[in-house]
Design a binder for this molecule. Sequence first.
Ligand SMILES: NCc1[nH]cc(CCC(=O)O)c1CC(=O)O
Length: 308
Amino acid sequence: MSKIIRIGTRDSELALWQATTVQNKLEALGHDTTLVPLKSTGDQVLDKPLYELGITGIFTKTLDIALLKDQIDIAVHSMKDVPTQLPKGIVRAAVLDRAIAHDVLVHKGLDFLESGQVATIATGSLRRKAQWLHKYPNHKIVNLRGNVNTRLLKVIENDWQGAIFAQAGLERIKLLPKDVLVLDWMIPAPAQGAMMVVAKEEDITLAKVLAKLNHRETEIATSIERLFLRTLEGGCTAPIGALAQIMDQNVHFQGALFSLDGKQKIEVKKEIPLSKTEGFGEVCAQEVLNSGGDKLMQEIRNENSALH
Ligand SMILES: NCc1[nH]cc(CCC(=O)O)c1CC(=O)O
């Protein structure tokens, strides 16, 4: 192909790493490419928690517009930042092989976990906050925003006991401290650790090229997680975790909805053969909704609209 593929990306170090990974794969397949870094609204408004901004797709919108204006040919996203409903005219073109999906605690010593002291943990995520408070009800959560690099610096500057990050994000930019605590009990965000490439629906030739980057198992797992999220209508404003893991031709799913204060947890754990996953995320979400999730989602919506 003669046309240069213009790869749109946010300009954070993590986003650039991810876009470069896609770029290298395309170049290895013999395509010419160029990176087009753009600033997103989500990177510009840093003094408020994401959920207070009340906008879904805050990290992806700038790139969506650039795509639709034909300023770029594809965009590379952290899949967990991508709204479950893509804008009209934009399609998922590839899901890349997933890294570790879990969260980690970056800390300055873990004595506080044993001592029962009132610890302060930093995170800007409702999902992490609710799950941390569910496990440690007497701890305090403070808001932490910004790209991964700034957030790490703030942990050093402040007297918090720790802060929560996606392991994949820290690993990718080689900033994962050696002594992090892996939070294997915390259910990750739907599609955490996966990257997604989007393109214009009409771009058939490009779709064929990008299909070569697709990792089928990651696509299946993240589709289940995102269907679970979409069915609960959570967007990024409700504390929802979901993880589908494929083992021996079976999918093991774990998903949960929490109250904002972490006191309530409605969880579903289910297994299904890899060949029968169609609609599985919805079935899992229905189970949560039928077990009190319906009422809890309504409460969360009310609390959120009181915020805005
Ligand atoms: N919300 C920001 C964001 N989007 C994707 C990642 C990390 C990489 C990933 O989970 O795919 C991060 C940072 C974090 O959550 O610590």
